[in-house]
Ligand binder design. Structure first.
Ligand SMILES: [Zn+2]
Length: 378
């Protein structure tokens, strides 16, 4: 079943005008390598413990079929290798929440977590019904199906990082900078913008138009990182909360909202004894999806949605074998519920955003040598 699109007449006109005026932003430089990813030695974990592309498609269809009309699955386009880019809608509330997984192909559990969450929402019951009266969700379990099947971070057609392909242009950056009350950040060199790619991949194009159509108030993007300590303790962190922009690039209300999201998710996930929550290090990547959605970044034809989402990301630890799968998926689901519960019952805005800095910082990486020094003695 296809859900009627929420097209806004003003948005349409703006898109048309801007498309005519701006033309296409055509910089095509390969994405920067690096960033959070599954570390060396963990590139090829046991994939039988993970949902394949076909498994995800089948699970989406099964959830839709069982939901008696509550869930609608829609294909928003095709990947570079013609796999389906499928998303699920559920809920009838005025507040719109976007949940996405596997934008990085070798970071699997965003699919498992977002589907588990969707399944719980679709299962009915009082709790889910109350949330769905307040919130409409779009759930994107597999943003980068080709990358997942090849088990690489990037897409397979261009080899670019799809989470660096919603490139903010200089005009957007300067506009954001000009409205800052403190006078703005120092001017950035052209090379920063030259490193961005802008909707070069079809996956980026399809998801940007979905974003401009759905206009989410909130977004949670699910990733994996390497294996790290929690602060300077000897404990391993299992789950980090991340914000992808310098606070100076955000409106004050956005900076509050994204920290409030992180705090409630950290509180809820941390109640599980196996989960050890930390704060992801400072990062400022305007060209990432969460960032671009917060900055009203332009679309593939230079059009603007005129919208700012409150967006943050989850990072689950590496070492993603069969044994740890259960609680690693569950910590993400707990975080998703916590954020959406707080949105639905109106308590999110009561949370003290400054508690963000009470979340312990992510510590040093745990390497094989750190854990087993005798193996590295030679
Ligand atoms: Zn990632």
């Amino acid at each position: 079943m296809s859900r009627p699109h929420r097209r806004h007449p003003i948005l349409f006109v703006c898109m048309l005008v801007l498309a005519l005026v701006a033309g296409s932003a055509g910089v095509a430089v390969a994405g920067k390598p690096g960033g959070p990813h599954v570390p060396p030695g963990q590139e090829d974990p046991n994939r039988s413990a993970m949902l394949s592309y076909e498994d995800v498609q089948a699970e989406l269809k099964a959830i839709e079929a069982r939901s008696k009309g509550a869930v609608q699955v829609e294909e928003i386009g095709l990947s570079g290798e013609s796999r389906s880019l499928s998303v699920a809608y559920i809920g009838s509330g005025d507040t719109r929440v976007w949940v996405q997984g596997r934008i990085h192909g070798n970071e699997p559990y965003g699919a498992e977590a977002s589907l588990a969450f969707l399944k719980q929402l679709a299962a009915g019951g009082k709790h889910a019904r109350e949330v769905l009266e307040e919130i409409t969700f779009v759930v994107i379990p597999l943003y980068n199906p080709d990358g997942y099947e090849a088990y690489i971070r990037q897409d397979t057609v261009h080899g670019i990082d799809l989470n660096r392909d919603w490139g903010v242009d200089r005009d957007t950056f300067d506009l954001v900078n000009s409205i800052r009350v403190d006078g703005g950040l120092a001017p950035l060199p052209d090379s920063v913008f030259d490193n961005y790619t802008r909707h070069r991949a079809v996956e980026s194009q399809a998801h940007w138009y979905l974003w401009a159509d759905f206009l989410p108030h909130y977004m949670i993007d699910i990733h994996h990182q390497g294996t790290y300590y929690s602060g300077d303790s000897d404990d391993m962190t299992t789950f980090s909360m991340g914000i992808s922009l310098d606070p100076g690039m955000l409106e004050e209300a956005q900076w509050d909202a994204v920290r409030q999201m992180a705090v409630v998710a950290a509180d809820a996930a941390g109640k599980n004894g196996a989960v050890n929550v930390t704060r992801y290090p400072y990062i400022n990547i305007p060209e990432g999806v969460t960032s671009a959605s917060m900055l009203d970044a332009p679309g593939p034809d230079g059009e603007y949605a005129g919208w700012r989402t409150n967006a943050m990301f989850f990072e689950t630890r590496g070492g993603i074998g069969q044994k740890s799968r259960g609680y690693l998926v569950k910590q993400n689901v707990a975080g998703l519920w916590a954020i959406t519960d707080a949105i639905a019952d109106g308590t999110l805005s009561d949370v003290d955003p400054d508690r963000w800095t009470d979340i312990p910082p992510r510590g040093a990486p745990i390497t094989q040598c750190t854990k087993f020094p005798q193996q590295c003695a030679y």
